[in-house]
Design a protein around this ligand. Structure first.
Ligand code: ZN
Length: 192
């Protein structure tokens, strides 16, 4: 496994819609290697997830994983390692919540976006098995963030109020406590 270079905002690859993979491609050694490398890269960077175009590949693969006491997002409920291929997300209703997010491709910036509170995610895992799951709360936000990447969308595009942009230091200094209380209220309500 190897740690790959993470593409940064301004790289046109982050603005491309990634293409679906066939089952045959998914099972190829090259794609399985890419998945291993994406997992390694997410962990090395301390991210909560990564999409293939964040390592320069325009295929619909993303990874999410939040371990307890995550270094960048300690308030996020754990997400077991999930590899999702050809994901399709549908909101279950119209309700949205504000979530303050960061992104490995946008160094030292955070901003507040609206995310659907409850979504259905259908995807293939790395073996090609179909999954159909409900995700809620902050976890739903993480899946929406990664699928946005596969559609060429960055959190920058979703920020409604540019005044919510902060560096990580200024977030910790001025906004963290209020956001953590807000995040805990979401988790208390929907369980994730
Ligand atoms: Zn991101």
């Amino acid at each position: 496994m190897s740690v790959l270079k993470i593409t940064k905002v301004g790289d046109p690859v982050l603005r491309q819609r990634c293409r679906e993979l066939s089952l045959e491609e998914l099972r190829s050694p090259e794609i399985q290697q890419l998945i291993d490398d994406m997992i390694e890269t997410t962990r090395a960077a301390g991210g909560a997830g990564i999409a293939a175009n964040q390592v320069g590949e325009t295929v619909r693969i993303a990874v999410a994983e939040v371990r307890p006491n995550h270094p960048r997002y300690p308030y996020k409920p754990p997400i077991p390692l999930t590899v999702f291929v050809n994901p399709v997300i549908e909101p279950l209703d119209d309700e949205t919540v504000e979530i303050n997010e960061g992104c490995l491709s946008i160094p030292d910036l955070r901003g507040t976006v609206d995310r659907y509170l409850n979504v259905r995610v259908r995807y293939l895992d790395r073996d090609g098995t179909e999954h159909d799951e409900i995700k809620r709360g902050l976890t739903a936000g993480t899946f929406q963030h990664e699928v946005d990447h596969l559609d060429g969308i960055l959190l920058l595009d979703r920020v409604r109020d540019p005044k919510t942009f902060t560096t990580w230091d200024e977030f910790n200094r001025h906004h963290r406590d209020a956001f953590v209380a807000h995040a805990e209220a979401i988790v208390a309500r929907v369980g994730s």
